[in-house]
Design a protein around this ligand. Structure first.
Ligand SMILES: Nc1ncnc2c1ncn2[C@@H]1O[C@H](COP(=O)(O)OP(=O)(O)OP(=O)(O)O)[C@@H](O)[C@H]1O
Length: 289
């Protein structure tokens, strides 16, 4: 049983990230066939806070993460980071944000360049932004140590590592520029349960040590309960419930959040049967389509 617990969040005058009434349409604006993936989405994340974003497949979680990262255009609404409007920031403005907002993707196998050594993968974001080779090497060594990998990894290639080790490398790469926010898009869902637990502990420890904030995207309520201070539930492009992580994942109020909870697996068969019955009751009461 892990003893690593989420660090408390200090009260701040204003959130680090605020998303206001965000709308994202895929396809050409106004064109026939445009698909609204996000509809009036509003969230905020404080400094040192982990906000979980849960929802069924296709509900719009990754789209929100991509909009924050500038990887998909925003149709309307605003994204404010550290008091600055970064909605649809492009060019130099977006590049400047790369040191503040980073990402860890789901796939530890596809997210690391197989032709580069680990040392080069980690040093690249630093040298590309003007850090000298010596300073970059020192920062890389510190990050490797921080994610509990041996220093010998720097001369090796991604193919020589397990999924969990690769995810540690991906986390080190995200952290090497000392960002204030990391968008974590299903960062443990490709890993086995034991490895998931150690990587979640690592996320928590890094937050405690660095004060970084996370938007933690997951379809797994158990995972978000473990790492998140607050949770937002997404359904068909809208946020239907936001609240304390423990409360939302144990006793959700909205029918869709309840459905999500009932669909998440539990370790004991009796508990699973109870949840199934509760779900059938809920469906019979016509609260959920
Ligand atoms: N580039 C795109 N063009 C058109 N539609 C898209 C595009 N990307 C995503 N979508 C659609 O937008 C909706 C939201 O997708 P998104 O990937 O954000 O959902 P998600 O909640 O992250 O799903 P998952 O958990 O399966 O990753 C889906 O209906 C998806 O098909």
């Amino acid at each position: 049983m892990s003893t690593v617990t989420t660090p408390p969040v200090a009260a701040a005058a204003r959130p680090l990230l605020t998303v206001d009434n965000l709308v994202v349409d895929y396809g050409r604006a106004g064109a026939k066939g445009t698909f609204r993936a996000l509809s009036d989405v509003s969230i905020d994340i404080g400094a040192g806070e982990c906000l979980g974003l849960v929802g069924e497949s296709g509900s719009g979680k990754s789209t929100l993460g991509k909009a924050i990262l500038g990887l998909t255009p925003v149709s309307s609404g605003t994204i404010t980071f550290a008091g600055e409007d970064i909605t649809n920031a492009r060019g130099a403005a977006r590049r400047a944000l790369a040191s503040s907002i980073q990402v860890v993707f789901q796939d530890p196998y596809g997210s690391l360049d197989p032709t580069m050594t680990i040392g080069d993968i980690l040093a690249e974001p630093l040298t590309a932004s003007g850090t000298g080779k010596k300073a970059a090497a020192a920062a890389v060594a510190e990050m490797i140590d921080r994610v509990s990998l041996p220093s010998s990894v720097i001369t090796r290639y991604p193919s020589e590592f397990s999924g969990g080790q690769r995810q540690r490398i991906a986390i080190a790469r995200a952290l090497v520029r000392r960002p204030r926010l990391i968008v974590c898009d299903e960062p443990v869902s490709a890993l086995d349960l034991t490895t998931q637990a150690t990587i979640l502990d690592l996320f928590i420890e890094l937050q405690r040590d660095t004060g970084v904030s996370y938007l933690f995207v997951s379809h797994d309520l158990g995972v978000v309960r473990r790492v998140c201070h607050r949770v937002a539930v997404m359904y068909r492009g809208e946020i239907v419930e936001t609240g304390d992580g423990e409360e939302v994942t144990r006793a959700p109020q909205h029918p869709y959040s309840q459905r999500l909870l009932m669909a998440s697996p539990v370790a004991d068969p009796a508990g699973q049967a109870q949840r199934r019955q509760a779900w059938l009751n809920l469906r019979q009461s016509a609260m959920v389509p």
